[in-house]
Design a protein around this ligand. Structure first.
Ligand SMILES: Nc1nc2c(ncn2[C@@H]2O[C@H](COP(=O)(O)OP(=O)(O)OP(=O)(O)O)[C@@H](O)[C@H]2O)c(=O)[nH]1
Ligand SMILES: [Mg+2]
Length: 500
């Protein structure tokens, strides 16, 4: 029984006492009845109290259940918060990826939509090279070294197209940087830049993937040349990223749409155009195998070559360098050797390496204008033989007459054909003369040609040896040469107008 209930009975008990004291006359039954009522009331109260107690414990149980539910929900809430954080982090990554994709997409669409630079005269010359010349080459059969002639023409065409697209390189002395990957070609060129606003990307992994023409100018600009001669500005953020690793992210070969770039930045040698080429021997994976071809292609078209050897790697001229160089036509080019990263070796080591490389070059009968132990990073020449690197560059720093040069190259190609056809004509005439004197000798000896097997054979040979076709080839060649030189003239006229 609760305290309140006991308290409620207390006044009744007090009343009973009063009753006993002041109403002694009342009967015992009345008291008993009264007591009975109280007992009943007491039992009822006990019953009520039990019910309440059980309700309380029910409530307590519910509270415990609720507590458990609440703590379960708290756990769930925490798990949800963790999930939300994860999703947020993932969406940040996705947003960055989206930004990168849009950035790349913009870059690619810029290249693809770059306005094609149509030069009527260049197109006409290309048509003469690729259609008229090829059909002439198919028609004649005198020249055995036809492939050589056609490659020479292709190189001339490439050079002219490049000048049309980047008139900045017009009449510049083209010096291509060659060497193994990471030998420091890009760092070497950077070492001459007066501004750090634009630097060629460098790094320990194969970096240079797209060759670049670099000329001195007041501005700092990077342009790309698309496959169909469109010219596009390349933003700094993209340019500094144009490494092999970046290009691997694209599902196609970047070089197919952006074969070459042109960079303008101030440096001392304003008549020189450097070409930065990819290392000819990058890691042997599919994406970079073509670098051998690219490196060769650009070294071939240069007026001079600077060949870099990183002295940190082998300390000699590697056999693979010699192999590669043996496939470059060095006859008409000057070559200068730079032993780069000389800061990483002692002067004594440098002397030994230089002597060793000089011996190899002599053994291999490779001509070189000079050899320098240089540090691109410190812009410092430690040692040289024959002439210093700055002397070499000073000597080369004079403009070339591209038109004259191309004309000479074209003449060389045409002369190959003239020589071969004329040799065939001479040979045919020699045979004709020999047969004629044979016939005379036979007549003198009394041979009757009218009914004679030998006579028929001689007639057959005479029929086969006729020079008409060869003479016609000569005439066609004259005509073609004339057309090509007129077209070439027009290309240069247009170029000069562009420059003004
Ligand atoms: N210590 C030292 N490190 C150099 C020097 N020149 C280049 N390096 C480092 O050599 C590494 C390769 O240099 P790059 O200029 O990228 O070489 P690269 O020949 O252009 O390389 P690819 O474009 O990949 O063929 C970079 O980490 C340069 O910092 C130098 O003179 N001294
Ligand atoms: Mg490089």
């Amino acid at each position: 029984m609760s305290l309140n209930e006991i308290k409620s009975i207390t006044p009744l008990l007090e009343e009973l006492t009063k009753f006993i004291k002041f109403n002694r006359r009342k009967t015992t039954e009345q008291i008993a009845d009264f007591l009975g009522d109280i007992e009943t009331r007491y039992v009822d109260l006990l019953h009520e109290s039990d019910e309440k107690n059980s309700k309380i414990s029910e409530m307590q149980k519910k509270i415990v259940d609720k507590d458990e539910t609440i703590s379960g929900q708290l756990e769930k809430e925490q798990a949800l918060i963790a999930d939300m954080d994860k999703i947020k982090a993932e969406s940040e990554i996705l947003a960055k990826e989206k930004y990168d994709i849009l950035y790349k997409y913009d870059f690619i669409s810029n290249i693809l939509s770059a306005e094609k630079r149509t030069s009527e005269s260049m197109e006409k010359l290309s048509a003469l090279f690729n259609e008229d010349f090829i059909s002439f080459a198919n028609q004649e059969s005198s020249l055995a070294e036809e492939a050589e002639a056609i490659i020479a023409l292709q190189n001339i065409e490439k050079k002219l197209k490049m000048i049309s697209a980047f008139p900045e390189i017009y009449n510049k002395k083209i010096i291509a940087l060659g060497g193994g990957f990471s030998s420091g070609k890009s760092s070497f060129i950077n070492s001459f830049f007066e501004s750090t606003d634009i630097l060629l990307p460098v790094g320990i992994n194969p970096v240079t993937a797209i060759p670049a023409y670099i000329v001195s100018g007041r501005d700092n600009t990077v342009k790309g040349l698309s496959k169909d001669q469109g010219c596009v500005h390349i933003p700094h953020g993209i340019y500094t990223n144009l490494s092999h690793d970046f290009l691997k992210l694209f599902p196609f070969r970047m070089k197919d749409i952006l074969p070459v770039m042109a960079i303008e930045t101030p440096f001392e040698y304003d008549s020189i155009c450097f070409i930065d080429t990819p290392g000819y021997n990058p890691a042997s994976n599919n994406l970079t195998e073509e670098d051998v071809y690219t490196a060769k292609e650009y070294l071939d078209q240069a007026d001079a070559i600077i060949w870099l050897v990183g002295v940190d790697s082998t300390g000699t001229l590697p056999a693979s360098d010699l192999d590669f160089l043996s496939n470059i036509n060095l006859e008409k080019k000057k070559m200068y050797i730079v032993l780069n990263k000389a800061d990483l070796k002692s002067e004594e080591d440098i002397k030994d390496i230089m002597e060793n490389i000089q011996d190899i070059l002599e053994d291999e009968e490779i001509n070189y204008s000079g050899i320098s132990a240089y540090s691109s990073i410190n812009q410092d020449e430690i040692l040289f033989d024959k002439m210093s690197i700055s002397e070499f560059l000073d000597n080369e720093n004079n403009s070339t007459e591209v038109k004259e040069q191309v004309s000479i190259e074209l003449d060389t190609v045409f002369n190959m054909y003239y020589k071969a056809i004329n040799e065939d004509i001479d040979a045919a005439n020699d045979i004709k003369r020999a047969i004629h004197s044979l016939e005379l000798d036979m007549l003198e000896s009394g041979y009757d040609f009218s009914d004679d097997k030998i006579g028929n054979s001689i007639e057959a040979i005479k029929e086969r040896i006729h020079c008409n076709e060869l003479e016609q080839n000569l005439k066609d060649l004259d005509l073609l040469k004339n057309k090509i030189f007129i077209a070439l003239d027009n290309v240069f006229k247009e170029l000069n107008i562009d420059k003004r």
